[in-house]
Design a protein around this ligand. Structure first.
Ligand SMILES: NC(=O)c1ccc[n+]([C@@H]2O[C@H](COP(=O)([O-])OP(=O)(O)OC[C@H]3O[C@@H](n4cnc5c(N)ncnc54)[C@H](O)[C@@H]3O)[C@@H](O)[C@H]2O)c1
Length: 430
């Protein structure tokens, strides 16, 4: 078990030691291990929950971010499928950024639905990278335990989940915990510079925006012999509402987040449509293959959002913000009154930068807490999805106070009914 309050209660002296001693050891060419040994419990023990593609990537990213500046160890891992954990563990053990920071013993590998709690109990900083449906419960547990957090986006799939995350935001504020979310554009230098210029008036008053995540097909795993219903749904999580929230939530949240960032507010209502134009195979579960949503923001500003996962169409993953004097696009070009393209010579990979920002906040004691902003962006995506599913307008308040809790009442391996494909006109919003 870690010392209670290792981070949120970190004294100035211990914090300074953590940073300056690692910096000093770097200057002197000493390895991190020497420093970690000297620092004893000052090492930041990192735990990973959800050892798939992104979780493994995030663990690698935090090791690269730590480098010789921050004193971390990969300490514990959790998954519901032992082979996912095993593969991820092997990959991290041999990774050039992680090798020296890898300290995941057999006893600290946990499997099962309660595995996340065991990681939380023995770590100081937890990375959450399961399918999104588990996120609100896991976030709540991390913050309740007083641990720092890196959470992948989105942070929920329904209103009740988002309310849980907003409550965790408040609790994290009170406990002075640090939280960074996987909306990595917020940590990318060219986006940061773009937003600064937009907020400083480079394109005038903001009039509208267009945000797209239009791509080819996404993966789907057909059912295999021997899998029970729960196993099938979790292995094929992208296509079940309670696990994924559909691709407008899972993926398009990134682009919606940029629009909210630029406009400085969440939308007040959404009117959308969508459906399954191409994909109706059984392994597509409940998911749609396209969405188009009109979001209304305060002041009568409307933005157009589109998300599509169909092969052979025009792909476009981008954000465009239109102002009274010009336009900004996510290729970092300004047109109109100001004509410019933002160039930054050495931009750190945002997947690494987000962890640098988190580790810096933890060790400097300058709190960062991105839970509210990522909860808002996630709820925005949920509004658009629910409007498309139902064929009705969905307001911010309706989405936020929704009673539609999609998470199973009693989660266990075994039989689990599949939800129906949402049908506009008859899909119930509650
Ligand atoms: N920020 C980004 O750019 C980015 C990119 C990709 C994925 N993601 C996000 O990362 C998350 C994971 O995506 P992925 O592509 O790695 O998926 P994945 O399927 O590769 O990995 C998910 C892992 O979680 C495990 N898991 C499922 N339920 C669990 C539970 N209850 N407890 C512990 N482990 C559990 C699975 O077995 C699997 O190993 C998603 O929320 C996704 O939206 C973010």
């Amino acid at each position: 078990m870690t010392e209670p309050g290792t981070f949120q209660g970190l004294s100035a002296t211990r914090r300074d030691f953590l940073r300056t001693s690692t910096a000093a050891s770097a200057t002197l060419g000493l390895g991190l291990l020497n420093n970690a040994h000297a620092a004893g419990s000052d090492v930041i023990k990192v735990g990973l929950v959800g050892c798939g593609g992104r979780g493994t990537g995030a663990a690698e990213n935090i090791c690269e971010a730590a480098g010789t500046t921050y004193n971390i160890k990969l300490h514990a891992m959790a998954d519901v499928f032992p082979e996912h954990l095993k593969n991820s563990r092997e990959s991290l053990r041999n990774n050039r950024h992680c090798r020296e920071k890898f300290d995941v013993s057999d006893e600290r590998c946990f499997v099962g639905f309660d595995a996340y709690q065991k990681v939380i109990d023995c770590c100081d900083l937890v990375i959450l990278a399961t399918p999104p449906g588990f996120r609100p419960g896991h976030i709540e547990a991390v913050i309740k335990a007083g641990k720092n957090l890196f959470t992948e986006k989105p942070v929920g799939v329904d209103g009740p989940g988002i309310r849980k995350v907003l409550a965790a935001y408040d609790e994290a504020q009170k406990k002075k915990l640090c939280v960074v979310a996987g909306t990595q554009r917020r940590h990318q230098a060219r986006y940061l510079e773009s937003m600064k210029r937009i907020h400083d008036g480079a394109i005038g008053d903001l009039i509208t925006a267009r945000v797209y995540w239009n791509q080819g097909d996404i993966w789907a795993h057909g059912r295999q012999p021997g899998w029970n219903d729960t196993e099938y749904q979790i292995r094929n999580w992208y296509h079940f509402l309670w696990l994924c929230g559909d691709h407008i939530v899972e993926q398009h949240v990134h682009n919606l987040d940029v629009a909210i960032w630029a406009l400085g507010h969440h939308p007040i209502r959404a009117v959308g449509m969508g459906g399954r134009q191409v994909h109706d195979e059984p392994e597509r579960g409940q998911s749609y293959d396209h969405f188009a949503v009109d979001y209304e923001f305060p002041g009568g500003v409307h933005i157009l959002s589109m998300a599509r996962q169909i092969e052979g169409c025009a792909n476009n993953v981008s954000e465009t913000i239109v102002g009274s004097k010009g336009t900004w696009n996510s290729d970092f070009r300004f047109t109109g009154a100001v004509k410019d393209r933002i160039r930054i010579q050495h931009e750190t990979n945002p997947y690494v930068q987000e962890h640098i920002d988190l580790l810096e906040a933890i060790t400097s004691g300058k709190q960062i807490n991105e839970l509210r902003q990522v909860a808002q962006s996630t709820l925005t995506a949920i509004m658009g999805r629910d409007s498309a599913y139902s064929g009705k307008e969905v307001t911010w308040e309706k989405a936020l106070h929704s009673h539609h809790d999609t998470f199973p009442k009693h989660l266990a391996w075994g039989p689990m009914k599949e939800g129906a494909v949402p049908r506009p006109g008859s899909y119930e919003l509650s």
